[in-house]
Write a protein that binds this ligand. Structure first.
Ligand code: CP3
Length: 342
């Protein structure tokens, strides 16, 4: 189906746009009362994520309610370990937990490379339903975690400030680390390719924990695996968002990806210099959305002026927080549209 609004894809490919496209990481979620109602009906996060009709419904909500220029499929990065044979739970108010973890080669041998149709078919079905529900209004973004970020959760078993269990493996057992990272990478490539076949128009790789690695370790344990994914996904544009990896911007800019995501710690002008020939995405501090409407508009104006309206996809520098007011979120989106119009 032909897209009526293809600003995101044109910006990703570096083509001219009449205004900058805008969407938000974590837009399909708890900021919307309409999301909370569907989640209530589903009973739990995992029920919602594994029921394709409901996942499609909450994926489309921000397109209708907020006016964003893309939908992102409602799912989680942790479905990949689940698809490999390591189930997770989502503890209310606390976040994800893996009852079993992967810490030895014997643990790793029990896992499979995920087969997308068998192991993650519910996400693919949600993508197909979303595409048909969107009817070409805006593109649909698919996603996966970067292998290193998934490795963090699989070894640690839960969120952490330091991920010291995960990092211990990198230093103490690089052989185990590379074997697990490769198995995650193989699963992720198959999964992202299946998302594209199901209808994803662009895919984003979230390396949420990139910032805990040294530049040297990042080059050994994260970049080579992201590179394999970028080289394998040739059908649609790929966005790499490595939170906190300001030190790796130049190398990320040389990957086979169309778009590089920035967080708010990364200087815009400096990032344009380090990554001269790619589209950039980001990077407003989400906490700006706690300020007044006037302040939000002023910050957006500054951001758009610094990035320029072309080769740019406006976003926050990380996900929107659950307690943010939908009116403030809308103000951000409308300000981008206003200040970036040619
Ligand atoms: O962006 C979207 O709107 C699509 C949906 C989406 C979710 N998770 C839904 C979700 C996406 C893209 C993700 C990615 C994700 N999940 C990341 C990478 C992005 C980032 O924020 O860095 C990470 C690290 C996770 C793992 C995860 N899932 C955590 C740490 C948590 C708990 C903390 C939190 O943010 O709530 C989740 C739960 C989760 N994933 C929720 C949602 C809507 C909240 C669950 C609920 O509704 O109770």
């Amino acid at each position: 189906m032909e897209l009526k609004n293809d600003l995101l894809l044109r910006a990703a490919r570096g083509e001219k746009v009449e205004r900058t496209p805008v969407w938000m990481m974590r837009q399909a979620g708890r900021i919307l009362a309409e999301y909370r109602a569907v989640r209530e009906k589903a009973g739990s996060f995992i029920q919602l994520a594994t029921t394709p009709e409901l996942a499609a419904e909450v994926t489309i909500q921000p397109v209708d309610l907020l006016g964003v220029d893309a939908a992102i499929i409602f799912s989680d990065i942790l479905v990949v370990p689940e698809g490999m044979g390591l189930p997770y739970e989502m503890a209310e108010q606390k976040g994800p937990v893996f009852p079993a973890t992967v810490n030895t080669i014997a643990d790793l041998d029990k896992l499979r490379v995920a087969d997308p149709e068998n192991d993650l078919g519910y996400v693919l079905e949600a993508i197909r339903l979303t595409k048909s529900g969107l009817a070409g209004r805006v593109p649909l973004i698919g996603f996966a975690g970067a292998p290193f970020t998934i490795f963090c959760y699989m070894t640690e078993g839960k969120g952490s400030k330091t991920f010291s269990v995960a990092k211990k493996h990198l230093y103490a057992d690089p052989e185990f680390s590379h074997l697990l990272l490769q198995k995650i990478t193989d699963s992720t490539i198959a999964y992202l390719k299946a998302q594209v076949v199901a209808g994803a128009d662009l895919v984003q790789i979230f390396d949420s924990w990139a910032g805990i690695l040294s530049p040297e370790q990042y080059k050994i344990f994260s970049l080579p695996y992201i590179k394999q994914i970028c080289d394998a996904i040739t059908e649609v544009p790929v966005t790499v968002f490595a939170k906190g990896a300001f030190f790796a911007r130049e190398e990320i800019g040389k990957l086979n990806c169309a778009v590089v995501g920035l967080d708010w710690n990364m200087d815009i002008t400096e990032s344009r210099k380090l990554i001269p020939d790619k589209t950039l995405q980001g990077n407003l501090d989400p906490c700006v959305l706690y300020s007044s409407f006037d302040q939000i508009r002023a910050e957006v104006k500054k951001m758009v002026n610094q990035f320029g309206t072309q080769r740019y996809i406006a976003n926050l520098g990380h996900g929107v927080y659950p307690d943010m007011q939908p009116d403030k979120v809308k103000c951000f989106i409308e300000a981008v549209k206003e200040y970036s119009a040619l």
